[in-house]
Design a protein around this ligand. Sequence first.
Ligand code: SF4
Ligand code: SF4
Length: 390
Amino acid sequence: MARTVDVSLLRKIKQHGACETLDVSACFNCGNCTAVCPLAQDSTGFPRRMIRMAQVGMEPELLSSEDLWRCYACGECTETCPREADPAEFMAAARSYAIARYDFTGLARLAGSSTWGSLLVFALFSVLFSLLLINKENPGAQLPVFDFLPGWWIHAIGVVLFSIVGLSAVCGLGSMFFRFWIERRREGVNLRWSAFPGAVVSAITEAILHRRFRECDSEGNPTPHSTEPIYRQIWFIHATVMGGFLAMLLATSLDFLLKPIGSPATPLYPMRLLGAIGGIVCLYGLSLVLLRRLKAKDVPWRKSSFADWFFPVLLAATVLTGLVTEIVVYLPMNTVGHDIFFVHVVLAMDLVALFPLSKFAHAFYRTLALVLFSWRHAPAAQSVVADAQL
Ligand code: SF4
Ligand code: SF4
């Protein structure tokens, strides 16, 4: 079947890269990266094959590949590339490009392809949420902080926001799934629906246990018997950021569902405690991520795009202002307390709104990719047409 190629694909992907010197066009297909990549053992020609797809403009194949999301950004391929084509950075840029293509609003493309675009989207959301929040009064509030920003109004905006973001995420995941389905059908892969539940279980287990991540040391290098202390290993840092974030999300959701809005609670109230512990755990992971990016010593951290900085900083600022608010809420209110609470609410809403448009979106695209990978490789799902030799 005739296929359309996009000759500008490589240039567009490079716009999403961490560094203007990303020169994956220097790749001459030697295969060194495939030889060292820990994922290559169960994927054909990975990551060399992905680079080749970009070089020859095969966008549908690239965007439908679950391998794009299975890369752990360990940087081992970049260390061994004789052409300094930086395949690990190429993979990161290609994932950012894929997020932009899965998103139908166009905001992910704006945010992912330039620093100014990112700042513009952030500023737009911040202004919108600030305008929605200010000038609401709640004279009968039980806690002083809620006479400034009424809890019912914050929750109302939150419900609408989560609904829109949820819809956007479903559309993005649907787009990825649809592309995967079309391409595998074209390749003749027999995908059995009966194998799908097993693939979901396998993917969730992998997402929780982080088996491959646990084989990496603090620099991200795959070392099955790492000598690094556990609290410095990359999988542990990742788990603290994600685990802390999920704990805060759970605490906020339970608080919304179980506690009357704006009613007082002691510092030992379970949801408040869960949120505080989650916040501290998350901050620990974020501080190590940011420190390593600052040091820029080893490959996974050496080159950082604006997005690599922006989202950990945004998350850290949201968590910090949240923790301060938890203290402020027990003090007599003053202007500073009001301001911190206001900033926290706006940042938290920014974070939720930016979730499907940003690097954070890898949390759900990667999970879907793990499902698709397991599904594709379920015992009876065999290709009747060999993968194209790229
Ligand atoms: S990215 Fe580098 S190591 Fe990989 S195939 Fe190209 S030149 Fe070889
Ligand atoms: S960064 Fe690591 S997992 Fe990703 S392609 Fe390179 S070697 Fe493979």
